[in-house]
Design a protein around this ligand. Structure first.
Ligand code: ZN
Length: 363
């Protein structure tokens, strides 16, 4: 049994910090998987349980909207209620998978600040009812704005979040690539790399208020590009950690760093990032592709079942092939296989802090 342990289920507040500490001390990180519905959510929890690992589930505003249903007329309301609904699904089920789950929302730029604030309205109600926040943390990505605005806005929301045991994730420097409308074309190269001085500034402003994690740009991009197009420079993370440690007289790796755009990264560079205090690596593109491949393979192998309920030539009924449980499950199992790889790359397999039934009985 590891020296830290936690009750299984959604973690927040002090328990979340325990989980982070365990990651950084143990030199491993948790995959943060973007989900869009119960299929992907359940696949991620199943993969975590299979690997005896803890995991981060996150929704983008688009993912949340999809969760509520594309047919909902009020798109803003769908983004809010979809996220709330997904979070409640996870609160109900996570403990039964026997693992710890961090619940998080992904990128929110200036236009989406009202989305985060609406989620906090719901989070405050949930906290009153249960003593727990709805989400472990929300991300505010104001990296396209100037840094003073970015940090003052993060500080304003963090003040509200700490009252309900929440954390914030912020971004400094712009991570390139396509994800919910953040493009990389017109950004000059300097901006792809976060400056250590800016990380120090963030630490000085936010650490006195509450807990924050930091998505720093070190050449990472969203999505998958041709090999060689991504030049990761994890030494940038190291420099930021060292500057904060030296200036603020902290322990080693004081910043809790997040690696955005983890899909398609080389294994050696992932390993290097792990040594620099990265506890979370976002993965979306690769798990999307895995899900699609699983479904696609099945459809191509059983083409007739997707055209006819009953074979027009020999009368074979195809119900057991077109039943959505059949082909959606193919997507889920392919996604789980890709996540097996992620847990191995991030060294988090076998490291779940969740108390097992057998531990409770032995104690
Ligand atoms: Zn991102």
């Amino acid at each position: 049994m590891s020296k830290h342990s936690l009750p299984p289920g959604v973690v927040s507040g002090k328990d979340y910090l325990t989980l982070l500490k365990s990651c950084k001390e143990g030199g491993y990180a948790l995959p943060a998987v973007n989900v869009v519905g119960t299929d992907s959510i359940n696949a991620v929890m199943e993969a975590a349980a299979k690997n005896n690992a803890d995991v981060i589930l996150q929704l983008s505003n688009g993912g949340a909207e999809f969760y509520a249903g594309k047919g909902m007329k009020d798109g803003f309301q769908a983004k809010v209620l979809g996220a709330v609904s997904a979070a409640k699904h996870v609160h109900l089920l996570a403990a039964h998978y026997g693992i710890c789950v961090v619940l998080h929302t992904d990128h929110a730029n200036k236009k989406l600040v009202p989305w985060v604030e609406a989620l906090l309205d719901h989070g405050e109600v949930f906290y009153k009812e249960t003593g727990k926040p709805l989400f472990t943390s929300h991300m505010l990505d104001l990296s396209e704005e100037d840094i003073d605005f970015n940090l003052s806005e993060c500080a304003r929301l963090l003040k509200r979040m700490v009252k309900i045991d929440m954390s914030i994730e912020i971004e400094l420097g712009v991570t390139g690539g396509e994800e919910d409308g953040v493009g990389s074309d017109e950004i000059d190269n300097d901006k792809l790399y976060t400056q250590p001085e800016d990380c120090l500034k963030a630490y000085e402003i936010l650490a006195p208020i509450g807990h924050f994690s930091l998505a720093a740009s070190f050449g990472n991009v969203h999505g998958v590009y041709k090999p060689g197009n991504v030049k990761l420079r994890p030494e940038i993370l190291k420099n930021a950690q060292e500057l904060v440690q030296k200036t603020k007289n902290t322990g080693e790796n004081p910043l809790d760093l997040v690696f955005h755009g983890g899909s398609g990264s080389e294994k050696a560079q992932i390993e290097q990032a792990l040594g620099c205090g990265v506890f979370k690596m976002n993965i979306d593109t690769d798990t999307q592709f895995a899900f699609a491949q699983g479904v696609g393979k099945f459809v191509l192998a059983n083409e007739k079942a997707f055209k006819y309920q009953i074979d027009p030539e020999n009368g074979t009924p195809y119900k057991k092939f077109y039943d959505p449980r059949k082909w959606l499950r193919e997507g889920e199992t392919a996604m789980i296989a890709r996540l097996d790889e992620a847990f191995a790359d991030l060294k988090s397999a076998g490291k779940s802090l969740a108390l097992k039934k057998s531990d409770v009985m032995a104690a």
